[in-house]
Design a protein around this ligand. Structure first.
Ligand SMILES: NC(=O)c1ccc[n+]([C@@H]2O[C@H](COP(=O)([O-])OP(=O)(O)OC[C@H]3O[C@@H](n4cnc5c(N)ncnc54)[C@H](OP(=O)(O)O)[C@@H]3O)[C@@H](O)[C@H]2O)c1
Length: 225
């Protein structure tokens, strides 16, 4: 089985890559920092890395070349919150608005466009990583939350259009990662769960054959395996 995880060099993406490798999957991870990528590659025998910025079209085209004819799983996980500390939606600069929506909506959808044929060949799965900020109007989480809401809606449309694919939006809940720390600069976030704790439920979803849709970690934890 073959997976591509964007932002697989840290946090949730890294934890998922390590577990899929352990389960025998061949995993390609992406990210911009080569040292982080080298570290995750060193954890397993079937993980390979392809460095680049997911916002860069040439990187997405190159990823399609790496994937080839067939792909069982695409996880659109790389994401951008906006500048830390978070600002009110009306205070966001235009360049940052573009950066958030480009990273969280345009680039994942463009990557799906590049990979829809190999995914369909494998009757594959697309997981778009969402957030509770897609649903709840948290102050200062505006562009990020709105971008995740857009990604959720696009996931539903993709599921309706591509009958050969299963398409999941997955909300992992709070996790102790660099992104979460950026959202709460200077705060102690050690009470948040590690991303590794989320992975078993996500792997169960990927392997479940459940219908396309939006799933939260808490829902999956109470569903029968
Ligand atoms: N942490 C939470 O509490 C939380 C809660 C709800 C949802 N989520 C979602 O969970 C997912 C994973 O977040 P995380 O907390 O694990 O984040 P993280 O630890 O900060 O990791 C983010 C990953 O994305 C990569 N990335 C970011 N921008 C990129 C770009 N432009 N091009 C390529 N790679 C890029 C990063 O690598 P480089 O920086 O080296 O490129 C890194 O591998 C995200 O979709 C996030 O929105 C997180």
């Amino acid at each position: 089985m073959k997976a591509l995880i964007t932002g697989g060099s840290r946090g949730l993406g890294r934890a998922l890559a390590v577990e899929l490798d352990r389960l025998g999957w061949h995993v390609t991870v992406t990210g911009r920092d080569q040292r982080d990528l080298d570290e995750v590659v060193s954890t397993g025998s079937r993980i390979s890395a392809f460095a680049g910025n997911i916002r860069d079209e040439t990187h997405r085209v190159a990823l399609a070349g790496v994937v080839g004819e067939s792909l069982d799983l695409l996880v659109n996980n790389a994401s951008y919150l906006g500048p830390s500390p978070l600002a009110a939606i009306a205070a966001f600069g235009e360049d940052e608005l573009h950066a958030v929506f480009d990273t969280n909506v345009v680039s994942p959808l463009a990557l799906v466009g590049r990979l829809v044929a190999p995914l369909a060949n494998a009757e594959g799965v697309v997981v778009n990583i969402s957030s509770d900020a897609a649903v709840e109007p948290y102050e200062r989480w505006g562009p990020y939350g709105a971008s995740k809401a857009a990604l959720d809606h696009a996931s539903s449309i993709l599921a309706a259009e591509e009958a050969d694919l299963r398409v999941y939006a997955f909300d992992p809940g709070d996790m102790r990662t660099a992104m979460h720390q950026a959202a709460f600069p200077g705060e102690d976030i050690t009470d948040r769960p590690l991303p590794e704790s989320v992975v078993p439920a996500l792997v169960r979803l990927i392997n479940s054959g459940r219908p396309s849709g939006r799933y939260t970690l808490s829902e999956l934890e109470v569903l029968p395996a």
